[in-house]
Design a protein around this ligand. Sequence first.
Ligand code: 5RP
Length: 218
Amino acid sequence: MTQDEMKKAAGWAALKYVEKGSIVGVGTGSTVNHFIDALGTMKDEIKGAVSSSIASTERLQALGIEVFDCNDVFKLDIYVDGADEINAQRDMIKGGGAALTREKIVAAISDKFICIVDDTKAVDVLGQFPLPVEVIPMARSYIARELVKLGGDPVYREGVITDNGNVILDVHNMQITDPKALEDKINALPGVVTVGLFAHRGADVVITGTPEGAKISE
Ligand code: 5RP
């Protein structure tokens, strides 16, 4: 099975958590794209979606799924999204697709975070995947220096502007043994919009695409 086939297995398996008549929180990325395709088969049975990126919004709308403004929705039952890394405690690194800020917002209004990944994303310690940090452009150099003090090697993601008009620093060479503490420290730096550590709001359900099919851990 290819990695994309494992992503597809995870994305389609998430469909069983979608309640009829509901508004669904939808993340961003290649795994979520499979979930969106699956959701298209239920488009007449759901009310719509709240999306975490322009890319996902376009894909949802192309399938005829209504996309609601996050401000018009009080709460969501489920949020379905991928991850770049996930540990056994269900803390995640996210933001490989630069959508981390909106992802964190939609996750925050959702009762249940359903993480869909292929089996290459499971790690013992977070940090092999460079940790994305979305920053206000004028704070980029200052925050890079602060991230070095925290033990990382930040690299400016050239040519990428987020949906919110900001830039991304990818922090290499971090061994993230206390994800919540690091999330707090980076969040406290002036100019940081969002750090791609999802530890305070981790996943509730993990669906892993494997060569044997989708495995669900609740
Ligand atoms: C985007 C994300 C994605 O969920 C993460 O990058 C995983 O992507 P993919 O499903 O393409 O492997 O956080 O900002």
